[in-house]
Design a protein around this ligand. Structure first.
Ligand code: PMV
Length: 338
């Protein structure tokens, strides 16, 4: 028997500027609306996969040196089942994954994790997918992972089915560098709490869609938000982009908070941080907040002003950990070994 090839791939995480919140089709992860994100540099997860029969015929999964249990493991196995079905394989896999940023760093780890897993597993299974096909595959692991296939600014077209729901880089006026697009965007990631989230995004999305009277209004407003954000990107107008980014995220959380029972990812410090961002902006610095399914706040700013923004925020949020992230690249196949 020839040994199974081991493929290694890596991907950065991304932060949505215009959010994805809600699945029109849960089994295929088709979102209710398109979303826009920024892939962040220095946030890679690197994953090696081989279909070598795993451990005694079951998938062997190691993430940051530990074997995950429960739903985390089940999600990986379910994803590997998809890859096996497409490639016509039956062998169990060995998966070893590690990320340069700790899981509790306030950054969506599933986006980088499933983008890297999609690239490594498809290669190990002998498939050579183009970026669009890879984005569609990664989407099945975690919606936001569809966007981490690409670097810089990325648009995930909601689509209507598996074939039409994929991400693509946002390129402005033929600018050869898709990430920056002349905007010089950067993110300050503020970690206020490292506690694990109380409710996962899939379940929270479902509850928001079913029970929040504000959800339809947020989706509707989001379509206009996306148009405004893309226009701002084209015009390289960071303040205009920032305003719509903050409004879109606050609207998403308003819809969640209005769910019955309420879904509240915010902590008191989250609100403090929102006020701090506003105060810094009123001082004349470019700073707009966005928040995902957790208590931490990310601040969209201009790369050239990022350190001034951090200094101004530090005065107002003593003790909070802050990291500046610049746009990063997309998925990378690091190697295939036999
Ligand atoms: O990819 P998921 O299922 O973890 O959902 C991500 C949801 C948000 O991070 C809150 C928004 C987004 O567009 O990334």
């Amino acid at each position: 028997m020839t040994p199974a090839p081991a493929a290694t791939a890596s991907a950065n995480t991304n932060i949505a500027l215009i959010k994805y919140w809600g699945k029109a089709d849960e089994s295929l992860t088709i979102p209710t609306a398109s979303s826009l994100s920024l892939t962040l540099g220095g946030t890679r997860t690197t994953t090696t996969v081989s279909f070598d029969d795993g451990a005694d015929g079951a998938d062997a999964v190691t993430i940051n040196g530990a074997a995950p249990g429960g739903t985390a493991r089940a999600r990986v196995t379910r994803f590997l089942d998809l890859v096996r079905a497409r490639a016509g394989l039956t062998a169990a896999a060995s998966v070893v994954s590690s990320s340069v940023v700790p899981l509790a760093a306030g950054l969506a780890s599933s986006a980088a994790g499933f983008a890297a897993l999609a690239a490594a597993a498809s290669r190990a299974a002998g498939m050579d997918l183009d970026d669009r096909a890879l984005s569609r595959l990664a989407r099945r692991g975690s919606g936001s992972a569809a966007r981490s296939v690409f670097g810089g600014l990325v648009l995930w077209n909601a689509g209507v089915d598996d074939a039409t729901s994929y991400a693509e880089p946002v390129v402005v006026d033929g600018a050869d560098e898709p990430g920056g697009a002349g905007l010089d965007p950067a993110m300050v990631v503020i970690v206020l709490s490292e506690e694990r989230k109380t409710i996962g995004s899939t379940e929270a999305m479902r509850a928001t869609m079913r029970t929040s009277p504000l959800y339809p209004a947020w989706v509707e407003a989001g379509r206009e938000d996306l148009r405004a954000a893309l226009a701002a990107v084209r015009e390289r107008d960071l303040p205009r982009l920032g305003e719509v980014v903050e409004a879109n995220a606050l609207g998403m959380h308003a819809a969640m908070i209005a769910s019955r029972p309420s879904i509240m990812y915010w902590l008191p410090r989250t609100i403090e941080a929102l006020h701090a961002v506003r105060a810094v902006r009123e001082e004349g610095l470019p700073a707009w907040a966005t928040i995902d399914a957790g208590p931490n706040v990310k601040v969209l700013t201009r790369g050239a002003d990022a350190h001034a923004v951090v200094a101004a925020l530090r005065d107002r949020l003593p003790g909070a950990a802050m990291t500046v992230r610049r746009p990063g690249g997309g998925v990378r196949v690091e190697g295939v070994a036999r």
